[in-house]
Write a protein that binds this ligand. Structure first.
Ligand code: ARG
Length: 407
């Protein structure tokens, strides 16, 4: 068979490659760069060493930012209020690139290295099937053979490769939007993550004493400028990851509900994602009517859940995106963030469109409702709730009058 592997160059996908080659298959490896800072040259060398007939490297960083991360910002996507979806966003794009290669080279099957316990298998299987239909099969040797770390190392040893695994204690996944660390001692909920798990953030204790001010410019919900300098989204995210991470902000410790019915404890680093979503949400709140804002929260949560759950192709997602886009049309302006030793605050904001008005809100000057207007409003506004609440007590007195008179 001719098989295309979604190849990261790590332990599991390398073992799969060796295994499939040893079974006599022709294997093409595809590495998709979504901003992970892996050794991509090393991955290529390993692929050929292990017998790949061809290795293909695809730089998809810009596309990842433009077509995936941009939605996550517009939708304030934080799964269960915490996880910015890095891995969940990248899987559909990796599946797309792998599927394109599979079709181009007339592959009989595609392979990925996901286990049977995680979300990623759902995302890959779903999206590969969406792009390839039933004609090209999906194989997942780690899931099918129950490959463990030890078995994978053994397979590689037999193939004459000893793989350096510096983070062997943890399972790590990384891309432009977030870095995740799980497994090992972190599985014990009572253990505080040791400093060694972090790579993108310094500990707040070691952060600089000077605060960092970042003026983020948004255009229709998309950040495009930092402190006066325009940047393409992928560059802006990379820049903020470094700057914000150096100030100790961006760490997440999350006990997460997986799609497959398991709870897992995950540590994330996502300085840019958290900072941008914080700023974007603040700008939205300043811009939207209360009704728009509340409805947007519902839409955002649905969108985020679908993406987390691997349903990137679900038609509902497209409908939600119509609302996400039409509301974001007015989310333009700047938000200035103050990042200081692991904390973040809004220092100031300048929305382009807003119903906020100093003239209206000032207690001492400008517009003021007359006493009659104010009490009239309150009377009509509370009437329904008051009379209903009283009538349910079946009494002529208010509940408080009854209580006071009884004592
Ligand atoms: N829990 C996150 C998610 O489901 C991160 C998964 C990381 N994947 C990995 N293979 N280590 O999206």
């Amino acid at each position: 068979m001719r098989i295309v592997i979604a190849y990261s160059g790590g332990l599991d996908t390398s073992a799969i490659l060796a295994l499939l080659v040893s079974e006599g298959h022709e294997v093409i490896t595809v590495t998709v760069d979504v901003g992970q800072e892996d050794d991509l040259k090393g991955a290529e060398e390993r692929a050929y060493h292990l017998g790949a007939s061809k290795h293909i490297h695809i730089d998809a960083v810009e596309e990842f930012a433009k077509d995936y991360i941009s939605w996550a910002i517009k939708a304030n996507a934080l799964y269960e209020e915490q996880y910015p979806l890095g891995t969940a966003l990248a899987r559909p794009l990796i599946a797309l690139k792998v599927a394109e290669i599979a079709l181009k080279y007339g592959a009989d099957a595609v392979a990925h290295g996901c286990t049977g316990k995680g979300n990623d298998q759902v995302r890959f299987d779903a999206m590969l099937k969406y792009y390839l239909g039933e004609s090209i099969g999906i194989i997942a040797p780690v899931r099918e053979l129950g490959l463990t770390r030890e078995k994978s190392l053994q397979i590689l040893k037999e193939a004459g490769l000893s793989l350096e695994t510096p983070h062997k204690k943890y399972s790590i996944d990384e891309n432009l939007w977030s870095r995740s660390i799980e497994g090992g001692e972190l599985d014990d909920l009572g253990v505080e993550p040791p400093e060694e798990v972090y790579a993108w953030t310094v500990s707040p204790e070691k952060a600089p004493d000077e605060p960092l001010y970042l003026e983020i410019g948004f255009d229709m919900g998309i950040p495009y400028m930092v402190n006066g300098v325009e940047m393409p989204l992928h560059g802006l995210v990379k820049y903020l990851n470094e700057l914000v991470g150096a100030h100790g902000y961006g760490r997440i410790d999350h006990v997460e509900n997986r799609v497959v019915g398991l709870k897992s404890r995950e540590i994330y680093e996502a300085p840019a994602a958290l900072a941008l979503i914080y700023a974007h949400k603040d700008l939205e709140k300043t811009v939207y009517t209360p009704k728009e804002y509340r409805f947007k929260q519902l839409v955002d949560r649905e969108w985020t859940d679908l993406v987390y759950q691997g349903l990137w192709m679900e038609p509902l997602k497209t409908h939600l995106e119509s609302y996400i886009d039409s509301s974001n049309k007015y989310v333009s302006g700047t938000v200035t963030l103050k990042v200081y030793k692991g904390s973040i605050q809004i220092a100031s904001r300048k929305p382009e469109y807003t119903s906020y008005s100093t003239e209206l809100i000032d207690y001492n000057k400008g517009w003021y409702p007359s006493a009659e207007e104010a009490t009239g409003f309150i009377k009509i506004y509370t009437m329904h709730s008051l009379y209903t609440a009283w009538s349910r007590k079946q009494t002529k007195k208010t509940p408080l009058e009854e209580k006071v008179h009884a004592s």
